[in-house]
Design a protein around this ligand. Structure first.
Ligand code: F6P
Length: 366
């Protein structure tokens, strides 16, 4: 696949879905077909389709009218890691094998001269490995978590922020009516981007993120101080990955077949139990869950996804390979996959949004 002229590309969406995937598939396919007369193969269900030989040719009409639709027309999978793929031995035992080489052979069988990987950190780690094995790869940064390094924003994030902020807005009125503490648990894995952005946008009173371990006494004090000032309710936006000082993140379950087996969750319910501590506080936990990954992408995400998809093809056709397309400092560019693979981007403690939130009285539980 190395330096060959590109005539046919394969495109896949990996990991958890998010709004804007279809917008990228559309931009990639339309640019590839219209401008460069390329043939486009859509891989079914992320790396699983590559492993199981499942694909279809995408033509112009396949990607028409999908810009505003959530999810992915190709399907996705966050369990198929080619580097650690479960294989059953003759004795019925499950062994994990690296089948990346087989995936590379499959792409060659399909006649794919390049692979467009639309995904998050797990997808990019495998993409970087394929690149090492000689595949021409271009990555496009997807995730509601906004935790991919090299880019200021991933597509899908803005939609999830909007969904979470709207949900918190709704919880606000019920909190006020019942004089309650509403604790809203927000996704984002090990990074607090989604909680910070939706928490500040919705005027949450207390925001708890993994990057700033909280002190439960300080969280309680912030709630009680509000009561003393006549605010008989509080909204706490808590990241699923938030943790107490010196403590650990709350794990909901472990999924052995997943490249990242840990699924976080449960912190909102835990806080609802822990917070009253003899005080007359009525607490309710709301877990937003996968609602945050659904729905039609916001106009911002549609535009970002369209620019990412278009740029991926333009860079590829100009000879860039094994890079991730990024949006950095207001400009589209790219960074080598090898530089970002296996890393995540967390919220800096001095982020301007944290400073602004503190200035308007938001507590971070410290
Ligand atoms: O990475 C996206 C994400 O939605 C995280 O915010 C969340 O922790 C995880 O995926 C949930 O994964 P699953 O869909 O496997 O439950």
């Amino acid at each position: 696949m190395g330096t060959k002229k590109i005539k046919r590309i394969a495109v896949m969406t990996g990991g958890g879905d998010c709004p804007g995937l279809n917008a990228v598939i559309r931009a990639v396919t339309k640019t590839a077909i219209t401008k460069y007369k390329l043939e486009v193969i859509g891989i079914a269900d992320g790396y699983l389709g590559l492993i199981e030989d499942r694909k279809r040719v995408l033509d112009y009409t396949d990607v028409s009218n999908i810009l505003t639709i959530g999810g992915t027309i190709l399907g996705s999978c966050n369990r198929a890691n080619p580097s650690k793929y479960p294989v059953e031995t003759s004795s019925g035992k499950i062994m994990y094998r690296d089948i990346s080489g087989k995936c590379v052979e499959r792409l060659a069988d399909w006649g794919a001269d390049a692979l467009i990987c639309i995904g998050g950190d797990g997808t990019m780690a495998s993409a970087a490995k394929f690149a090492k094995l000689g595949v021409t790869v271009m990555g496009v940064p997807k995730t509601i978590d906004n935790d991919l390094p090299g880019t200021d924003f991933t597509f899908g994030f803005d939609t999830a922020v909007t969904t979470a902020a709207e949900a918190i807005d709704k919880v606000h009125t019920t909190a006020g009516s019942h004089h309650r503490v509403m604790i809203v648990e927000i996704m984002g894995r090990y990074a607090g981007w989604l909680t910070l952005y939706s928490g500040v946008a919705s005027g949450s009173d207390i925001i708890l993120i993994p990057e700033i371990p909280y002190d439960i006494d300080k969280v309680r004090k912030a709630v009680l101080d509000r009561s003393k000032k006549g605010k008989g309710y509080s909204i706490i936006a808590v990241a699923e990955g938030a943790k107490p000082k010196g403590g650990k993140m709350t794990i909901a379950k472990k999924i052995a077949s997943s490249p990242d087996p840990i699924r976080l969750g449960g912190i909102a319910n835990m806080l609802a139990e822990e917070l009253p501590d003899g005080n007359d506080l009525s607490c309710r936990a709301v877990v937003l869950g996968h609602v945050q990954r659904g729905g039609t992408p916001t106009p911002h995400d549609r535009n970002l996804a369209t620019m990412f998809g278009h740029t991926a093809i333009e860079l590829l056709m100009k000879g860039t390979k094994n890079h991730l397309v990024v949006f950095k400092d207001g400009k589209l560019s790219s960074v080598p996959l090898a530089r970002i693979a296996g890393k995540i981007k967390t919220v800096p403690k001095n982020h301007p949004l944290i400073r602004a939130a503190k200035a308007v009285g938001t507590s971070f539980g410290v």
